[in-house]
Design a protein around this ligand. Structure first.
Ligand SMILES: Nc1ncnc2c1ncn2[C@@H]1O[C@H](COP(=O)(O)OP(=O)(O)OP(=O)(O)O)[C@@H](O)[C@H]1O
Length: 307
């Protein structure tokens, strides 16, 4: 499959802050990729690099085989940043016309607005739109110039359920026509609804890169926590941490773990079992401490991206 955009061993620093640390990622034609990660993980930075808005400190970023700094390459992409300021006094239709005028081919104002549920608002001033309508307009603008590749940074933050679904439909329609999308989100359900491939970033690194299904399986983990001394080898442990006298084990089958723990005869107390959050699951799975602590043998899942 054709690679449309590529990050190769990309590092980006802001002063002392390491926002991206040797990240490699290929975006192939026709993919709908969900980029998932906690605040500050480096998602926006990665989009800004692909969009030519920032340069890497080291490593290479390619867009359509060329440089993202080249306007000819950038004309093939559409971007909606996390925050957009649209002129309040312009009408919705005028803004779409203005953006479209920058591209050789465009979707057309009426069709674009209809796709994003804004068909009735072409004549309305932006100042008269609700927050959700503005956000939908900002996302629609990324598609105005018939891009091959679209980057959407948290497209649905702040939208109600109906507006979110309308926006998802617009994104899906573009994808079904062969378009390629990379979108970021904090919401697993959003990534689940849209993406086929999921890239999880944390602390500036790619922590996992796999199909939605494989990532879902990884996240279906439970955290079993208790106080104990040295542990024997226990089955099905995906990750382990020891802090403040307690041991935290990330497991897919907590019942089996507890049975084996009792069987081992190791004294323990204060047993707690709770679902692992997405963030916890990935951070624990990739925790170097778990592997080197000697607490238990650590066997990272096959889907993990290795350092
Ligand atoms: N212009 C900047 N100057 C200094 N530090 C920055 C700048 N932009 C980003 N950072 C830092 O780089 C890190 C990555 O930021 P980035 O915005 O890429 O993360 P993110 O995953 O998009 O986060 P969020 O989900 O909160 O939007 C953060 O620690 C952030 O504070």
């Amino acid at each position: 499959m054709t690679i449309l955009a590529q990050a190769i061993e990309v590092t980006r620093r802001y002063g002392d802050m390491l926002a991206l640390d040797r990240v490699s990622l290929d975006i192939r034609a026709g993919e709908l990729i969900g980029l998932l990660g906690p605040n500050g993980a480096g998602k926006s930075t990665l989009i800004n690099l692909f969009a030519g808005l920032r340069r890497p400190t080291s490593g290479t970023v390619k867009l359509f085989g060329g440089s993202p700094l080249d306007p000819a390459m950038r004309r093939g992409i559409g971007v909606t940043p996390q925050e957009t300021g649209l002129p309040e006094s312009l009408r919705v239709g005028e803004i779409v016309d203005f953006v479209s005028a920058h591209f050789r081919e465009c979707v057309g104002t009426a069709e674009l607005l209809a796709r994003f549920g804004l068909g009735d608002f072409a004549g309305r001033q932006v100042g008269g739109l609700s927050g959700g309508q503005r956000r939908r307009l900002a996302v629609a603008l990324a598609f105005a110039g018939r891009p091959r590749l679209v980057f959407l940074d948290e497209p649905t933050t702040g939208l109600d359920v109906e507006a979110r679904r309308t926006l998802w439909d617009g994104i899906r329609a573009f994808h079904q026509d062969g378009g390629t999308v990379l979108l970021t989100s904090h919401y697993l359900e959003e990534i689940e609804a849209l993406a086929e491939r999921v890239v999880v970033v944390g602390g500036g690194r790619v922590l996992a890169d796999d199909s939605m299904r494989a990532v879902r399986d990884m996240v279906d983990a439970r955290r079993v926590s208790f106080a104990a001394g040295e542990l024997p080898e226990l089955p099905g442990v995906l990750g382990a941490e020891r802090a403040n006298g307690r041991i935290d084990l990330l497991v897919s089958d907590p019942d089996r773990l507890v049975v084996e723990l009792v069987r081992s005869g190791v004294p323990f107390s204060g047993l707690e079992i709770r679902p692992a959050t997405l963030e916890e699951a990935f951070l624990t799975l990739t925790s170097k401490d778990a592997a080197v602590s000697g607490l238990i043998p650590s066997t990272p899942g096959r889907t993990l991206a290795h350092a």
